[in-house]
Ligand binder design. Structure first.
Ligand code: LLP
Length: 393
């Protein structure tokens, strides 16, 4: 929610910029901690959702671990001060260099996605005279009922090892003396709002852990990935995800043994709501059938609408102030296609968006942009670097 004071503070700032509400971030992290701690669950933040230094600093200070998917993310997590013993390294295509660097840093665990990768990590660890801790990423073939680009847990996806390969996995683990089998890892997809998906995941996790345990291979870590969705349509009414229900499902449906740790890799649910992309209206064009509000941010700053047809709530924050004069002007609501300056037709944040009559210079907020927003920015069209404004009040 943008009150008059905040909107006023934006007036001298160059747009576009990502606005971070660090207070909301802290409230979200507190809610997550309070919901997970009673169950002794371990939460890692998925850096891929947001690697802004200020954001990471706050998350680190709350004691979360880090889930990384590249050597760059491992390096960043350690620079920020995350404990190496709380860093996991996942990813379907880890390079030798990335594996070597992570071995040097003694990270907690590699989430391994193929049998060949197990052999490579073993070989590289042997050269260093080390033992690498590994969790096997198993593809659970659970449908996340989310956008097909962000579904990862089906047999047809490139991620993880399929259940029918587990016999080969256990043979390989027995042969590889420089690997320590720590546990199993899963991730079914992102922006999951149907909690039944997580119940189905628990059933699969139980099956796979029994498979290993029956073969005399204790599973110390159950890593169930991330995926908890947020409410893109109601960012003010519903600004913190329902962590209680989410964690309760795992408590109720996972068969957790006394010696096991349960790990999570949450990205979106921790950071999505705490940021909005703020952009100015450059021009308003009235066509025969359409009106366009052309803004100074584009798909280069926030790619999700262009890439996934993702919905981000769009608000004209210059005309939503608690001021009767402006409120009167607001009585005229017009539909606009809100588009960016990039030379692509897909550079559109929303079609037929109902906004108060909008003028050049108005500030527009693209809400719920804290996850997979600035991390996916590009320099296409030689756009400037991303700017930031932080609010800690
Ligand atoms: N763990 C693994 C193995 C993952 O692949 C992901 C996300 C996460 C954890 C974190 O998931 P989250 O809690 O954030 O849902 N760019 C897309 C989302 C891609 C998600 C990729 N994997 C988007 O903008 O919606």
């Amino acid at each position: 929610m943008f009150n008059a004071q905040i909107v006023d503070s934006f007036k001298d700032k160059e747009t576009p910029f990502y606005y971070y509400d660090l207070k909301l971030l802290k409230n979200t992290l507190t809610a997550c901690k309070e919901a997970s701690l009673p169950h002794h669950f371990h939460v890692h933040f998925a850096l891929k959702a947001n690697f802004n230094n200020r954001v990471l600093q706050v998350i680190k200070d709350f004691g979360f671990g880090a889930d990384c998917v590249s050597g760059g993310e491992v390096k960043k997590a350690l620079e920020i001060g995350f404990d190496a013993k709380q860093v996991v390294f996942a990813g379907v295509g880890k390079s030798d260099r990335e594996i070597n660097d992570a071995l040097d840093k003694n990270i907690f665990c590699f989430n391994v996605e193929s049998i060949q990768e197990l052999e490579v990590i073993n070989e590289l660890a042997a050269k260093k005279g080390k033992k690498a801790s590994v969790a096997i990423r198993v593809n659970p073939n659970v449908d996340a009922h989310t956008h097909h680009y962000i579904t990862t847990g089906l047999d047809e996806n490139k991620f993880g090892i399929n259940a029918w390969e587990l016999a080969d996995v256990s043979e390989t683990l027995k042969k590889c003396s420089h690997l320590e089998f720590l546990g199993i890892h899963f991730h079914v997809g992102s922006q999951i709002t149907d909690m039944n998906v997580f119940k189905s995941l628990c059933v699969k996790v139980n099956e796979v852990q029994s498979w290993f345990e029956e073969r005399g291979m204790p599973v110390k870590v159950l890593n169930v990935g991330g995926g908890l969705g947020v409410d893109y349509h109601h960012p003010d009414e519903n600004n913190i995800a329902d962590f209680n229900s989410y964690f309760q499902i795992f408590k109720d449906f996972l068969e957790i043994k006394p010696y096991q740790e349960v790990h999570f890799e949450l990205g979106r649910a921790l950071v999505a709501q705490c940021s909005s992309l703020i952009t100015s209206v450059l021009y308003v064009k009235h066509g025969i059938k359409k009106n366009f509000a052309i803004v100074d941010a584009g798909m280069t700053e926030l790619m999700r609408p262009a890439l996934y047809q993702a919905y981000h709530k769009i608000e004209n924050i210059s005309r939503q102030l608690d001021n009767s004069e402006i409120k009167n002007q607001e009585s005229k609501i017009i539909n606009y296609d809100v588009v960016g300056p990039i030379c692509e037709s897909s550079d559109c944040f929303g079609k037929e968006v109902a906004l108060p009559e909008t003028k050049r210079g108005d500030l527009i907020a693209l809400r719920t942009a804290g996850a997979y927003g600035e991390v996916m920015a590009s320099a296409y069209n030689l756009r400037p670097d991303i700017r930031h404004v932080y609010n800690e009040l």
